[in-house]
Design a protein around this ligand. Structure first.
Ligand code: N01
Length: 543
């Protein structure tokens, strides 16, 4: 793979070559700006580069989980399944990198370690673990929301003599569990996809569950030519419509309360959505995430499906979530997850009643039982939304980002944080990001940032900074919207609860992708309201 070398001076440094970083580079080239991308992995694709666990696939339909910026790309690319698998999405990312000749400005296997803003020059000084040092006018953090894998700190981890894996750092050569006794810790989206596939290979699979999750069958299948064509025939209009949806997904929302219809009608609608599959289930009614009673009807429906599917009713009871409203922890999408517990070689261990006390040389100790394994899979999630950003030493005017966000992330629109001029975040905390179709949110942020840079240039300006007041108002608005929903009731990674010591604040913006886009557009049209814009010459004069 051709390795780009870092220039010493560049208009923009982009951190990360996932879908966000790749599109950012493409847009900046279109503006005639110089840009250099640093990427820790050896290839493009971000999340889809790292998360290679068995069963990994996207749970947004591929016709919608893809770039929309190029009508030619839209027409050329052909997905083989309704919900593409990780290898296919990674092939797509590589195709985009080749098609738009992106690699020549991407430096792989290089991690950004420091970024310091110099107020006098209004430039970022960016350094890497390979000794690169680049001076950049702008720094764009395309570091991903779920890119810092979280390993639990059970005592004895180092003593295990078998193999350990984290779903978010899966070996590129793959893992064959044939003939193995496998322990898997966690029951989030990654586990729910991996469990059915590992169960088919392993002699014995033991799943350690702390919190059961709601999962909807994907009903994935091969994508017919006719289905692909039905999208392609009207792609620009469908893409545009998706940009204004609440989640950035055309999910056929039913704008009716779950409490306004008869029991029979409600049941019929849930059954229809369940049979169709996927996250559209949560769009069955308009109040599922704001009204507990409405939410209970959906949760009860799914719990009933679990009882119907899982033969052993004691196991079914353990798998049925009780402590959070449906959808307030990320809804999962599966292929045969619950049915997998009917297999003789699969065991579920409830670690709430029998906590994992240590990892031993041979396996996992939970309660009084020592489980012996050849391999342990950690499907234990990520330090979400802030993890990757806070791993970098980011500093401006003597203040570090870690200090600034000590009590939780604070941003204006999830795009910038006050006190850190010319540093943008793509899908940062305070934006819809993880509550949306990431492709739609990524493109919206990249376009907004690129348009902003073009605006600055055309107005003889080169510095943009979120004001403290605008940030405070945005954080307050974000909290108010979140508190009007059921989301804060769940102990979720949205709230930072999965990381010991992490401040517990609701991190994404839940006002909806469509209305968020409108707010961002209005702010830009209004001369970037809430941002202080200036020119380097002005800064020097002020000094
Ligand atoms: O991680 P998670 P994930 N002892 O944090 C458990 C996206 N994604 O990798 O809930 C015992 O959801 C933890 O238990 P609890 C998607 O946005 C998308 O699965 O904290 N258990 C939980 O069950 C998703 O939400 C796709 O009680 C421990 C699990 O580990 C996000 O990524 C596919 C533990 C972690 O679940 C993260 O999903 C995959 C401990 N010490 C992921 N520590 C698609 O698009 C943690 N757990 C399809």
């Amino acid at each position: 793979m051709p390795a780009a070398k870092a220039p010493s001076v560049v208009d923009v440094v982009i951190v990360g070559a996932g879908f966000a970083g790749m599109y950012m580079l493409h847009r900046l080239r279109g503006l005639g700006m110089s840009a250099h991308v640093f990427e820790a992995g050896s290839g493009v694709g971000g999340t889809w580069y790292w998360n290679r666990y068995p069963g990994a696939r996207c749970d947004v339909e591929s016709m919608q989980y893809s770039y929309s910026f190029s009508p030619e790309l839209d027409q050329e690319w052909r997905w083989s399944e309704l919900f593409a698998s990780q290898p296919e999405i990674l092939r797509y990312a590589n195709h985009v990198a080749d098609r738009f000749d992106l690699r020549r400005d991407i430096q792989f296997d290089t991690r950004v370690t420091e970024a310091r803003f110099d107020r006098a020059t209004q430039r970022w000084d960016v350094r890497t673990d390979h000794g690169d040092r680049v001076s950049a006018r702008y720094c764009v953090m395309a570091t991903g929301c779920l890119s810092t894998a979280r390993m639990p700190d059970f005592p004895g981890m180092e003593r295990f003599t078998g193999k350990t894996y984290h779903t978010g750092h899966w070996p590129h050569e793959g893992v064959d569990f044939t003939g193995q006794r496998v322990g898997l810790i966690g029951t989030g989206s990654s586990a729910i996809q991996a469990v059915p596939v590992i169960a088919e290979q392993a002699v014995q699979l033991t799943v350690f569950q702390r919190t059961p999750n709601f999962s909807i069958p994907s009903r994935n299948g091969l994508m017919s030519e006719a289905y692909a064509e039905s999208w392609k025939a009207d792609y620009p209009a469908l893409r545009e419509k998706a940009r204004h949806m609440r989640t950035g997904i055309l999910n056929n929302p039913n704008n009716v309360s779950a409490l306004e219809v008869s029991d029979e009608e409600r049941q019929r609608i849930y059954e229809e959505r369940w049979a169709a599959g996927g996250t559209n289930f949560m769009a069955a009614f308009n109040d599922l995430i704001i009204n507990q009673q409405a939410n209970d009807t959906a949760a009860d429906f799914v719990r009933e499906r679990i009882r119907e599917t899982v033969r052993n009713q004691a196991v079914a009871a353990l798998l049925a979530p009780k402590n959070h409203p449906i959808g307030t922890k990320r809804i999962c999408v599966d292929t045969e997850y619950y049915g997998t517990y009917n297999r003789d070689n699969v065991t579920l261990v409830d670690v709430r009643t029998t906590p994992i006390t240590r990892i031993s040389a041979n396996g996992v100790r939970a309660g009084d039982v020592e489980y012996e394994f050849d391999s342990i899979v950690f499907a234990t999630g990520f330090d979400a939304m802030t993890g990757a950003l806070l791993k970098i030493d980011i500093e401006a005017d003597g203040q570090t980002l870690r200090d600034k966000w000590e009590a939780g992330p604070r941003t204006y629109l999830g795009l910038m944080t006050a006190g850190f001029p010319n540093m943008f975040m793509i899908t940062g905390p305070g934006s819809p990001s993880v509550l949306s179709n990431m492709m739609v949110s990524i493109e919206q942020h990249v376009d907004w940032i690129a348009d902003g840079m073009a605006y600055l240039r055309s107005h003889g300006l080169d510095c943009i900074e979120a004001t403290q007041a605008a940030e405070e108002a945005w954080v307050a608005h974000g909290n108010e919207v979140a508190n009007g929903t059921l989301y804060p009731l769940a102990n979720s990674w949205y709230m930072g609860v999965n990381i010991p010591g992490k401040p517990q604040v609701f991190m994404p913006y839940i006002g909806g992708v469509g209305s968020y886009r409108q707010i961002c557009d209005e702010i830009a049209t209004d001369g970037y309201r809430g941002f202080a814009l200036s020119a380097q010459t002005a800064a020097i004069a002020a000094e």
